[in-house]
Design a protein around this ligand. Structure first.
Ligand code: SAM
Ligand code: SF4
Length: 339
């Protein structure tokens, strides 16, 4: 569990929940829009987009980010939707990178718009990159994303490594019958290059047609990889890690498993989310929280924000309810949350 470095008499422990978890990791969704339509994320009929005026402006995002950093956040990740479809996202990275106290500034992207922006992102202070990729086959890429662009994404992965982003993460959602026969091909990508390949269990969200039989438990994926490389060894990780990582003997990179469904890791959770419309989320599978957009548009001070955010954080549950229950609970589609 993360300790609050600001836990002094003068700083309100607003980001500590009732189980003692301190939230020093803020995930900010920049947009509800995307240039892909991944089957596990976007409902087939699409999503109803809110007007642009409902989205946080860059100034509002920066204001809120500064607030959260003043309360102890040290890591910020930009996500979406596809964060890079938001016009001039790089300038936002510049402003966030300039906030004193931000130690890690990361992005999760589908990689389609990444390559050309990489040098500026690097200069702006972006420290970590996660790129989502679920298949290495063009025909399947079209089926899973309902669009094309595999080559562009592969080039973006290469470009990230070339620019010195060692440990670039590749997020692969595994779907039984759709890409499970590529698990070893993905794992192999970690041998020659310092990539962190991460297999993610398929999670239920509104409109994604989740079915337990399609979700591949991490133990099954681990067994598959272990059978090929029996000498694979675990890599030590902090308690807040979402991925259990291994290294194939002699490999430059790692292979990890994100077991949100079959082996939840809520006890070490240090993440809090800001949706693109400014609502706060303390859990991916929780309810929408208070609107920080409305609060700051009404002139909220930092102390007013403390009064709104503190109770929301303290009401966070110890753990999510488990995949069967989650699948039945109302939630937003993933694209409207920001993964
Ligand atoms: N567009 C960006 C991307 O795809 O990387 C950022 C947003 S996306 C919602 C963030 C992450 O959530 C991606 O790695 C994606 O694979 C993952 N994701 C989306 N829906 C998911 C689901 N149903 N189960 C597991 N992971 C999911
Ligand atoms: Fe877009 Fe990312 Fe969702 Fe795919 S996973 S539809 S790329 S937001």
């Amino acid at each position: 569990m993360t300790e609050n470095p600001l836990d002094t008499n003068s700083t309100p422990p607003v980001l500590t929940d009732s189980f003692g978890r301190f939230h020093d990791y803020l995930r900010i969704s920049l947009t509800e829009r995307c240039n892909l339509r991944c089957v596990y994320c976007m409902p087939p009929e699409g999503v109803e987009l809110k007007p642009r005026s409902a989205m946080l402006t860059f100034e509002e995002i920066e204001r809120l980010a500064r607030f959260f950093v003043s309360r102890g956040v040290r890591k910020i990740r930009l996500t979406g939707g596809e964060p890079l479809v938001r016009k001039d996202a790089v300038s936002l990275v510049e402003s966030l990178g300039a906030i004193p106290g931000v130690e890690t500034l990361a992005i999760t992207t589908n990689g389609l718009l990444l390559k050309d922006r990489l040098p500026r992102l690097r200069e702006a202070g972006l420290t970590h990159i996660n790129i989502s990729l679920d298949t290495l086959r063009e025909d399947r890429f079209r089926t899973i994303t309902r669009r094309g662009g595999l080559r562009v994404v592969l080039d973006a992965i290469d470009a990230s490594l070339n620019l010195g982003y060692e440990g670039t993460k590749v997020n692969c959602v595994t779907l039984r019958g759709q890409n499970d026969d590529e698990i070893l091909d993905f794992a192999r990508m970690s041998i020659d290059r310092p990539l962190s390949i991460r297999f993610i269990e398929y999670m239920p969200f509104a409109g994604n047609g989740w079915d337990e039989s399609v979700m591949i438990p991490y133990q099954e994926m681990l067994d598959t990889v272990m059978a090929e490389w029996p000498g694979m060894v675990p890599v030590p990780a902090p308690p807040t890690a979402v991925s259990t990582d291994y290294r194939i003997p002699g490999a430059a990179g790692t292979v990890g498993f994100i077991s949100s469904m079959t082996d939840k890791f809520c006890s070490g959770c240090n993440r809090i989310r800001l949706n693109a419309d400014g609502s706060l989320r303390t859990c991916l599978f929780g309810k929408d929280g208070v609107s920080l957009r409305d609060a700051i548009r009404d002139g909220a001070t930092d102390e007013d924000l403390d009064a709104l955010i503190g109770p929301a954080v303290r009401s966070k549950k110890a753990a999510h309810d488990g995949m069967t229950a989650i699948a039945l609970q109302p939630n937003r589609p993933m694209i409207l949350i920001g993964g």
